[in-house]
Structures are given as C-alpha cells and as structure tokens.
Design a protein around this ligand. Structure first.
Ligand code: HPA
Ligand code: ZN
Length: 333
C-alpha cells in the first residue's frame, strides 16, 4: 500500500508554504539573517510542537515565520517544499501563502511573492510540477487590513489565482470578510476559505453563501448539519481534508475516528492534504498512508482521492484531463 501511495499521481490543494518550514532550514536562515530563535536547538524547537488546539499551533507557526526576511528565504522555503513534491509524485500543488504574516513585520509583498514565484518557475522546469498560488487573508486581522493586502497584490495578479481565509477561526466568521471577498472576486481571484475546522457548521454556511467559495478547506464540522452536507453535495464542492493536521490540533482524538470515509460515503468530494507538514508530522504521502491504515481504505478509495485532487483543482480542463489520464493509467495497472 505504501508503495502504491508513493507512486500514485496526486495534487496537493491545501498547503501553507509557511507551514512547510522545517526546523533545520529555519535555523539555517535564522543564522544567515542574524535573527534569534527562542530555542537553542532543532530538538528543543520540535518539542514545542505539541498542540492542544489551532491557536497553540498558530502561535508557534507565526513565530517561526519571523526569520523569513529576504526574497532568497521565500525562494528556499518554497523550493524545499517542491523538491518534496517531486519525491512524492505530487504533480500539481496549490500553495497558500499568508502575506500579512510578513508585511506586518515590514517585509514587502513583492519580496514574499517574488521568492515564492521564482521557486515555482524553477520547479516547473526541473521537476515538471505545476503550481498555482492562493493568497490567504488572516482572519484574526481586520477587514481593512485584508483590503490593504488585496491592493498590494494587484501588481502581481498574474501570479495569483485565488484568495483564501485562514488563521484563528472561532470568533472570526466569514461574514467579517464578505466585502473584501467580493472585491477580490471582482479582481479575478477565485474565492476559497478555511471553514468548519474549529468553527461550527454555521461558518461553513457563511463561507458558501456570503463568500461564495468554490472549495472548502477542512470542512469537518459540516457533518454536524445534514442539510449542509446535502447542499455541499448538490453544489459539487470539494473538501480539502488534512488528517494529520486534524490529529495534531485535536480536531479528532485519533485517526480511526476521522470522518474522511464517512464523508466519502455521504457523497462529499474529499481530497487528502498536509496543511502544515513541518508541524504536523507528515507530508502529503504520509497523510495518505496514515489515513489508509486507520480507516482501511481500499486502492479504489485512494484512486478516487487522487482523481478528486485534480478534478477539484483550479487548473483548466485540459490540464485536469492530462493529469486524470495519468491517474487512470496508474490505477488501471
Ligand atoms: N487553520 C487555520 N489557519 C492556518 C492553518 C490551519 O490549519 N494552517 C496555517 N494557518
Ligand atoms: Zn490550512
């Protein structure tokens, strides 16, 4: 099964580039930038990766990102992730980045996106991996701050496909960002959002009805509301599920209780993703392997998850068809 998963062609649709920051690279960049990390070794830093909820994680995640200062740092971070994609037969990645985590510290939008974009171009040439970028608004910050970020993004519009919504969910409902999502869509960005990770099913309804999102990041708590599940099925929207993230942040107590299979049985379109692999103990293939074991998924289930990852990507139909043919050839053999 592990071998089958490793070679299965797949796309990753829920991935925060700041969440791919491995401690070794963090220490290396901190050293060259002469920035202090409040841990004196990789081992001690890793010990801090024991979370009891989303906010515990976010506090450490934002702290880690503070060593990123220059274009080269964003390039190195992104290229390291894309090298891992190549090793895992991830053929396509839709990468979220949090501009405000950096612009709030005085790093320019241009610095962030130029480094990320250059790594994506390089990975396309070197590994044949396609990528696209999702600019995520931090929901614990104000609507005004999100509008400012939208404005800053406009010179780089050609490099950005979608907008997302992440960070502390509870107390920051989608309704807070209705207007900035409308403005983002008017600029040509596809609307996406985290919803129902820690927030209730009502937050998922708001993300659907007010933000008009095309895909749901996480979406676990949708299962609390049968009419919502029917609506998501009817609208043919996918959930980007992140099993090891859900385990690390105590969204589920253990993986055998994870609702992924139940979601599939209800007719929901599910994909498997790593979210923040440096913090949650596994890249996308490890997420597949762990959830396959925990829920005894069949090869056909795995093929369906891989198909969904391309079908519900933001690629054009020609690219989707090309990748889907790769999945079909693999799964038939
Ligand atoms: N949820 C919300 N915000 C995030 C996450 C997440 O899982 N990862 C990075 N930012
Ligand atoms: Zn996420």
């Amino acid at each position: 099964m592990e071998n089958f998963i490793n070679n299965l062609p797949k796309a990753e649709l829920h991935l925060h580039i700041e969440g791919t920051f491995e401690p070794e690279l963090m220490f290396e960049i901190a050293k060259r930038n002469k920035v202090d990390i409040p841990y004196d070794s990789v081992e001690k830093l890793k010990k801090a990766y024991a979370f009891s909820c989303l906010q515990d994680f976010l506090d450490i995640y934002y702290q880690g990102a503070q060593v990123l200062l220059y274009e080269q740092d964003f390039y190195d971070l992104t290229f390291a992730y894309l090298e891992k994609c190549a090793e895992q037969n991830v053929r396509h990645a839709e990468i979220m980045f949090d501009p405000q985590t950096h612009t709030e510290r005085g790093v320019s939008f241009e610095t962030v996106i130029t480094g990320i974009h250059k790594a994506c171009v390089e990975a396309r040439e070197k590994f044949g991996i396609s990528t696209l970028l999702i600019m995520s608004y931090l929901r614990h910050l104000s609507e005004e701050a999100a509008f400012k970020t939208l404005e800053e993004s406009l010179p780089f519009k050609a490099w950005i496909t979608a907008v997302g919504l992440d960070s502390s969910e509870k107390g920051n409902p989608p309704s807070k960002f209705k207007r900035v999502f409308e403005a983002s869509v008017a600029e040509g960005y596809v609307p996406l959002a985290h919803a129902g990770e820690e927030g209730s099913a009502d937050y998922v309804w708001e993300a659907l009805d007010l933000l008009k999102i095309k895909r749901i990041d996480h979406g676990n708590n949708s299962l609390q509301d049968a009419s919502l599940v029917r609506e998501i099925v009817k609208r043919d929207m996918a959930l980007t599920v992140c099993p090891l993230s859900n385990l690390s942040l105590k969204v589920v107590e253990n993986l055998s209780e994870h609702p992924l299979k139940k979601m599939m049985d209800l007719g929901l379109k599910v994909t498997v993703n790593s979210d923040d692999p440096a913090y949650f103990g596994g890249q996308v293939n490890q997420n597949f392997i762990s959830i396959q074991k925990a829920l005894d998924l069949s090869k056909e289930d795995l093929c369906e998850l891989a198909r969904n990852s391309f079908r519900y990507s933001l690629l054009d139909q020609n690219m989707k068809d090309m990748y889907l043919r790769e999945v079909e050839a693999y799964c038939a053999a």
